[in-house]
Design a protein around this ligand. Sequence first.
Ligand code: ARG
Length: 569
Amino acid sequence: MDFKLAIGQKILDALKATLGDPGMTDVQIASALEVPPDTAMGDFAFPCFKLSKALRKPPAMISDALAGAIQADFLSKVDSVKGYLNFFIDRATFAEKILRAAAEQGERYGSDNSGAGKTVVLDYSSINIAKRFHIGHLSTTAIGSALYKLYKFFGWNAIGVNHLGDWGTQFGKMIAAYKRWGDHDTVARGGVDEMVKLYVRFNEEAKADPALNDEGRAWFKRIEDGDPEALEIFNWFKSVTLKDAERVYDMLGVTFDSYAGESFYNDKMQPVIDELKAKGLLKEDQGAQIVDLEPYGMPPALILRSDGATLYITRDLAAAKYRKDTYNFDKSLYVVAYQQNLHFRQLFKVLELMGYDWAKDCEHVAFGMVSYEGQALSTREGHVIYLDDLLNNAIQKARSIIDEKSPDLENKDEVARQIGVGAVVFFALYNNRIKDIDFWWDRALNFDGETGPYVMYTHARCCSVLAKAGEMDAEPDFAALSDADAQEVVRLIGQFPETAKSALERNEPSLITRFTVDLSQAYNKFYYDQKIMVDDLPTRAARVLLTKVTRDLLRTAMHLIGLNPPERM
Ligand code: ARG
């Protein structure tokens, strides 16, 4: 049952019977309902000033008139307080309606089919070849993957794209270095680190011997021209990088439907350039080709350099078109740090100038910067944390806690992995995405307070209560859930559909992360204050049902943000 809508209908009926037509529908009234910060002020409140204008009456008068005119079996009381109508839901009815709805809908509770028939393309993670996966790419990976799951939850057809950074002159230099000093086995064994070493050496030696740079450029040209040897080495570098990254993706449970990266668009840019020209958008500027964005208060979009080389945005233009043609998306999201704000504003503007009305369906889902102990990340200076080190550290820590506290646990390794990885992912998704993250080891590895392990622990606690309770035959007595602790848990469960919806609409997975903490805290309070295994079976059945719905919902919510909670820990 949708209490908000039901209340909206009651308010509308009462208005029509007393003060007259408010010029609002029941749905509009329902969506103006607020949830008071304190349950002592009711479960829902309607601010009557929203009707003042239409009814030409002061809010307090409206709320006084309506309070006496509204009655329903699901309402225990309606109060008029300073222009607000406060609604008190009958607690037993409240608990029954919400828990039954949640139990019935199971894993689907909180979702709806609003995404049916719609497609969303999500560009996330989008790592760069020949670089080791470090915490700078953790946010895009965690946020993007959570959104991917969230869109699917709401029935969207979601396409995850890893827009690999696999294009640029540095790859020519890397091949040149490999041909001079590298050998197959060393790179095959050492992976990305070996490739980086070659690259660093190349740059050092090129200082003394600038002719090396020509060699690098020549190799890059060979990649561009499709020379088989160059391509073979380059593709091999790519597969070595991806193999490293896939280990991390596997640990995180992150998947993609496409790995079409920058180089994929090599042969798809010319048509876009021709089109820009045909539409009169290209302008020559000191030998380069640009799209002038001055009228829109932006620097020009550089499409072709004077030497004819294409740029990042040229490939993104081709990619955007390709995605529209291939997937016919309703929405196309780019989960990329806010440093690239200008790039995406330019990209979307050029698409719009090209006459594509779907440019409005493209959105930059920006997130904050990651620093490490107060300083900018720098691979060159070694001031960086690699993701697999971070994950392995977290797993280690989980493992030593398990060894100490639950030495008899089965599959300790698996559980340690679930907890450790969960702690890291949760850390990445805890704050509003636009906030900068300063990474500190002790914060990322904190298992107390508002953390992934805490939520997982609550889930495991519910599992153990349920195991102890076994099958319950008794009909639950929902009046037994009238206490403030149980009511708070019920209220949060009832709020999940809205929370999930806003997370989707705002592309903000942190709303789900916070929800898991709120629900855990409420349940733990209930758990400490109320006895569950009481003799009265209907009371017990009600408290066990509350536990079951909490457990299932914690699991659903954790799955959405990419956590995989163990049943015991
Ligand atoms: N590879 C880029 C980086 O690491 C991100 C690419 C984002 N996606 C895009 N279509 N531009 O900064």
